[in-house]
Design a binder for this molecule. Structure first.
Ligand code: SF4
Length: 383
């Protein structure tokens, strides 16, 4: 397929991996965080970690929108969906995110709640138009990538005079989460990171400039990368080179889609409808100031939290689930004793096992087989 296959060329991948191995200095460790769940998925899917030398290590970041949604806000969505007048519209990967006591949207739907799985924000608008007697709520989640479609759908609802539409807004922002990972006060909780692979789709919206602070103030190089295997390997090589040279700048590997200033139209649509929240809870990262969006005060009529008087409670994660540590990059999926036993994509106990972008899900889907092969290989050599 044009523009895809050439980014999946195995021989080129081996060649870039060999260059990384040649240039990575044996006396140091390169700990690189891929912020975005799309990169986590690509790294697992294409086995990229297996191509890297042992001292070039990938740390999975919190950039999976479903994974960072805290239990309390999942509980609110379930409570909202159970109201008899409400039709809750949600993307498919939200359906099995665990709330308190094993509840999720799929179970609530089976129990009779009117929950519709949608592929687009515009589906919610179509439902609202077709069923004016229903209160249609769109369960909006995601980083800067999915915020513009929510904004456009709301603009459409307003233009069409739909009064039965509202948004349950859980849109979050990337740079504050990156800052939170670097600003950990207790050094015992801090994860050592030498550089970041910057998100692909998010950066098409916000551009490259918002990452300058990490290069300039924190001394952490950032390379924005596409989602294909050659993109990721090239970004790793660019990071290794910056670290070797003692440089920390923002570089853009994904020049076919990302510009320094980003998508100005999308940014304008977001700014017209949303404002920054004072604080917002993230799973694994806690409450982060200025890290999420809410509808502007003049749009309160479309804000489901105001319209239905929603207030998030203090729900706790399953104590055995290590999603919080995984989202901060402190632990790996295998470190969780529920991984692959009690917790699988068919029966997720934590949010990281739900979406294909979640580290546990990606590791389960791809990584566990490679580990089995490696173990079998070791057993064969020992015999
Ligand atoms: S394996 Fe399941 S329970 Fe463990 S950290 Fe991952 S999602 Fe959470």
């Amino acid at each position: 397929m044009k523009y895809v296959d050439e980014y999946r060329d195995g021989e080129l991948a081996k060649s870039i991996a060999a260059t990384i191995a040649a240039e990575a200095r044996p006396e140091r460790v390169y700990r690189l965080m891929e912020f975005c769940g799309g990169h986590t998925h690509a790294i697992s899917r294409y086995g990229l970690e297996d191509m890297l030398p042992a001292n070039v290590q990938m740390i999975h970041g919190p950039g999976c929108p479903v994974c960072v949604l805290p239990i309390a806000r999942v509980d609110l969505a379930i409570a909202l969906a159970r109201r008899p007048e409400v039709t809750l519209c949600a993307y498919g990967d939200l359906m099995r995110v665990p709330g308190s006591q094993g509840a999720n949207l799929l179970k609530a739907k089976a129990e009779g709640a009117d929950i519709r799985m949608v592929y687009s924000t515009l589906d919610a608008i179509r439902i609202a138009e077709a069923e004016p007697q229903r209160e249609v709520v769109f369960f909006a989640v995601g980083f800067e990538t999915t915020t513009p479609p929510t904004a456009l759908a709301l603009q459409m609802a307003i233009a069409r005079g739909l009064s039965n539409v509202s948004i349950y807004c859980n849109h979050v922002m990337t740079p504050p989460a990156m800052r939170a990972i670097l600003d950990v006060a207790d050094p015992n909780d801090a994860v050592r990171i030498e550089g970041f692979i910057g998100p692909a789709h998010v950066s098409t919206i916000i551009g490259a400039a918002p990452y300058n602070v990490f290069a300039e103030q924190y001394g952490k190089p950032v390379v924005i990368a596409g989602f294909e295997p050659l993109d990721v390997l090239q970004a790793i090589l660019m990071l290794v080179r910056q670290i070797n040279d003692g440089r920390s700048v923002v570089e853009n590997q994904y020049i076919r889609a990302v510009t320094p200033e980003g998508n100005r139209k999308a940014q304008a649509a977001m700014a017209a409808l949303f404002e920054v929240r004072d604080t917002f809870e993230w799973r694994g990262l806690g409450f982060l100031p200025d890290s999420a969006l809410q509808l502007r005060p003049e749009l309160r009529a479309y804000d489901a939290e105001a319209r239905f008087g929603l207030v998030a409670g203090a729900a706790k994660d399953n104590p055995a689930c290590e999603c919080g540590e995984i989202l901060r990059g402190v632990k790996k999926p295998r470190d969780c004793k529920l991984f692959g036993g009690l917790c699988t994509p068919d029966n997720p106990m934590g949010s990281c096992m739900v979406s294909p972008e979640g580290a546990c899900s990606a590791h389960w889907t791809y990584g566990r087989f490679r580990e089995t092969q490696k173990t079998a290989g070791r057993r064969r050599s020992a015999a």
